[in-house]
Design a protein around this ligand. Structure first.
Ligand code: GLN
Length: 295
């Protein structure tokens, strides 16, 4: 994408060259805006300024971003942020990029806590724990959507927690972050446990395309279910009767996860579809007996 000697590139020329190199049109636009110090919402600026000449310095910055994108880095890492549930989250290679699919889990979690009845004032609402929080996406979305909730979150990775706490601080959201592996050292009496754990099988060829994201956040044993199994086995001891466990999993794991939930003694076990129509989340209420039966 180097300029002809003495020549400068226009906005349109820079974008056209990036696409000729193999970049997606939207990615090219977002990366050019970033190189120009402009926000993602300014795509109209590119159209209005299509014949503007770009200084070499900015063309070089854009070219460097394009090369990184072509080498497989997620656009969110290059821009340094990703929108999730309407929140601008800082993300980098220390955390998984939040996926829109995970908003299915947030929606379900909100329905569950709303059905429990939310007090008007913080901090007396239901107690929620997000396991493997990464950038903090799920925990922060819940804290933002329902300020009365008492939201805590854990991650085994200190690096991930640094990203998550930075996001909470920037967004002014109160989430209690702690370093832990799944439910180790977690309190009892929780109303809701949510998690988007790693769930891709170790040998899945799909992992190759995700090489820039932390493998520990993606892969989970020969069948991808190792962490889901651990969480399902440990959750009952930490849930209050009537509390819920909601999990994200792979597009083809709903049946296996529901079977694990039933076997562990959960009731009302069911799955929910993501935007693409795949059964992406499963969950249940602890225990399978009705609350009346529990007395
Ligand atoms: N949804 C991600 C993907 O398949 C995986 C996320 C995860 O393992 N929790 O790209």
């Amino acid at each position: 994408m180097s300029t002809a000697p003495g020549g400068l590139l226009t906005v349109t020329q820079a974008l056209t060259r990036a696409q000729a190199l193999g970049l997606d049109r939207l990615d090219a636009q977002l990366l050019l805006l970033h190189a120009l110090g402009r926000g993602e919402s300014e795509r109209a600026w590119l159209l209005a300024h299509d014949t503007d000449l770009l200084p070499d310095e900015q063309v070089n910055a854009f070219e460097a971003l394009c090369q990184r994108r072509l080498a497989g880095e997620p656009v969110a890492y290059l821009l340094g942020h990703k929108e999730f549930w309407g929140l601008a989250l800082a993300v980098d290679a220390r955390v998984l990029v939040p996926r829109p699919d995970t908003e299915t889990l947030v929606e379900w979690a909100l329905e569950v806590v709303d059905a429990m009845g939310l007090p008007a004032a913080a901090p007396t609402g239901p107690r929620v724990l997000d396991l493997g929080t990464g950038s903090g996406a799920i925990a922060l979305a819940l804290a933002h959507a329902r300020p009365a909730l008492r939201v805590a979150a854990v991650d085994r990775s200190a690096d991930a927690l640094a990203v998550a706490t930075g996001n909470a601080l920037r967004l002014g959201l109160a989430v209690d972050f702690r370093q832990a592996s799944w439910l180790d050292g977690a309190p009892t009496g929780l109303d809701l446990i949510v998690s988007n754990p790693p769930y891709i099988a170790d040998g899945d060829p799909h992992l190759a395309g995700l090489g820039h994201e932390p493998r520990a956040a993606l892969a989970s044993g020969p069948d991808g279910l190792a962490d889901l199994r651990s969480i399902i086995a440990a959750a009952p001891a930490h849930l209050t009767p009537g509390g819920w466990l909601l999990l994200e999993h792979g597009w083809d794991q709903a049946e296996a996860v529901c079977a694990l939930l039933v076997r562990a003694g959960f009731g009302l076990v069911r799955s929910r579809a993501d935007l693409a129509g795949h059964l992406r989340c499963s969950g249940g209420r602890w225990p399978s007996k009705s609350l009346a039966e529990l007395g």
